[in-house]
Write a protein that binds this ligand. Sequence first.
Ligand code: GLN
Length: 472
Amino acid sequence: MELQDFTIKQINKCLKEKKFSAKELANAYFDKIKNTDKDIDAYLNLTQDLALSQAEAVDQKISNGEEIPTLAGVPCSIKDNILVKDEKCSAASKMLENYIASYDSSVIKKLKEQGAIILGKTNLDEFAFGSSCENSAFKVTKNPHDLTCVAGGSSGGSAAAVASNQCCFALGTDTGCSVRTPASFCGVLGLKTTYGSVSRSGVIASASSLDQVGPLAKSVEDIEIIFNAISGKDILDATSVEYKYEKFIENNKPLTIGIPKEFFAEGINKDVEKIVKEAIFKIEDQGFKIQEISLPSSKYALACYYIIQTSEASSNLARFDGIRYGLSKQNENDLLDFYLSNRAGGFGAESKRRIMLGTYSLSSGYYDAYYKKAQEIRQLVKQDFKKAFEKVDLIMSPVVPFPAFKIGSKVNDPLSMYLADIYTVPVNLAGLPALSLPVGKTNGLPVGLQIIANHFEENKILSIASIIEKLV
Ligand code: GLN
């Protein structure tokens, strides 16, 4: 077993027993990154000085005989749309290529307080727009299981870094799929947290009513520790809520699991369907009740999501004008020229597409037909889940209808790329939590099971996931 296989609790134990120091561990991870990231391209930027000074502080505490928190000395990587003070934060966009964060995001403040070691910033689709990590302005992250395939997106760098042992855990963000899809493609766990459970302060906004930060890791126990550390009310994010994670205590009544028939319909890859169903059968064998359910409005969810997402994205991207933030070209003729050339040069194709689609949906002539309609559909999607959770405790489905695809195979067809999100976006529209848990492989590529729960019931998800984790 190499050092990089250790779980959070194992690292904590070894540090306390002085089997290795936090600095030695951080350096072992940097060596691993140096040896493997030429092929994988998970990182945009390493934060070596920060990591080593954090590690020294943890080592000092240990040698002083002080208590250390569970995350102290644990090396992690951070998606490059989450601000880390004094470090670059590009959102994988030319627009922010040289932007240095002037403050820590609230999740980073929490991780730093706990002594987690930040190794670097990971690649993503520009502004988290995408499902494959191919929309980054800088590089395409490869899937560690097959370097010719995508790592998934938008938190592809974070998922690939965890999967290739380049960090112990990572943070990503999920607006419509972005923690779960790359987790599923790379064979690691990824938790999309309940909307409001984790602060978004200091996270570069993609679509504010959908975005959530979530952890990626290699075990249920690690996911639980990280979620516990980053969740809770933050006065800097008005949408965050008072919330304390507590372990789920099973009573005598076995949990009931709903299987949405719409999520196993036409178009799903047969191997993915088989692997996911086998995992569900295994759970049934353990005495859990399985019940077919219907989420009838889910067929509208993708269209509804891409109206709401692009509307909010177009409005969030308005701040990048080259004056307040972003690429700033000189010597333009007038103010309009200045804005136009900054935005034309700073944004990539997908960002421009979203600005155009979103501006159109929000324009006075089309607002009622598109944006308002999408908000109405969003309510229907929410109601479907509400009704389902009156009957069942959890919902299970595949994460993506297919495994990781070849790099380049969908880049010229945005619609087919959007279809990858068909099972994940309903969860964001409803603000629910969901986990991607690896349950098998097809042709060497991992397949994830999606476990969805009612709001703030991450504990139920993690309780059942820890059972499945041992069965597959
Ligand atoms: N694939 C979705 C999109 O492109 C979701 C991305 C995300 O969750 N950030 O919008």
